[in-house]
Write a protein that binds this ligand. Sequence first.
Ligand code: CP
Ligand code: NVA
Length: 330
Amino acid sequence: MAVNLCGRSFLKLLDFSTSEIRYLIDLSKQFKNLKLCGTPHRYLEGKNIVLLFEKTSTRTRCSFEVAGRDLGMGVTYLDPGSSQMGKKESIADTARVLGRLYDGIEYRGFSQEIVEEMAQYAGVPVWNGLTDEFHPTQMIADLLTVEEKFGRLRGINFTYFGDARNNMGNSLMVACAKMGLNFTACAPSDLFPDADLVDVCKEIAAQNGCSIALTEDASRGAQNADVVYTDIWLSMGEPDEMWERRINLLKGYQVNKGIMGLASPHAIFMHCLPSFHDDNTVIGKSIREKFGIAEMEVTNDVFESQQSVVFDEAENRMHTIKAIMYATLK
Ligand code: CP
Ligand code: NVA
């Protein structure tokens, strides 16, 4: 049966079937080709979208803005301080107002419940640009990147190092289960994904001929990995006081040359970014001063190595967000 996502919100990958995700990846490839060939594709001329960000962003915001403009749409950006939402106006009221003015709404914020509520009331598609629980637009970009590098998704051994219960750990586990990649979360048990979500993903993985594994052993997690993935150790919205505990919990899970040496010879390194791979940032400097480390979740030599595909991945955010908006608005 043909896939039709018109009118759907994009809140988490659990809501989408394997063939719907496949459709979005293939559509992203078409949009990437159009962009690279310089072929105009203003297919959504006359429509308007609003981008609501309650947390900061570089990639997601810019991808929505460029993708929206390439598709011919008007784009409004609302930063954390400049709307009434939450302070003077409820989520439901905000969603109903924005839904009358715009054809689609992007939301980045805190709990998943907020974006789900927004979608319930908006009457137009709502796209989740990251919540504490999930980061689904990042997933289509990551899947596209893996497929571009290996020519397939099924059977790829994918290991995620770090905080496996954050939005990236959760989302990657779901994405791998849906698309047939063998997923391993490599983390201290305190940071293993929620047991209920693991059970759901194991069921999905069984239907798609792949596996979900959790390990505290970094060397074991790295062995035979085709993709080595990591994320920042403290996510947006988590208090700075938690840095020390996180560093202590996760320092044994840093992606470095030793870890990459245990992975498959053709392994790639991925990261959603931003990344603390050196101390050329305000937070990076303060961490070095307080805790004496200049590199956190990944060492600079791995980040800058030939195996690192992080900037291809970042570029793919735009092509894939374009596909998601087109599929749901056309
Ligand atoms: N990967 C990602 O979502 O980056 P931003 O926080 O810059 O949007
Ligand atoms: N886990 C990170 C992802 C950033 C794209 C965060 O939420 O800050």
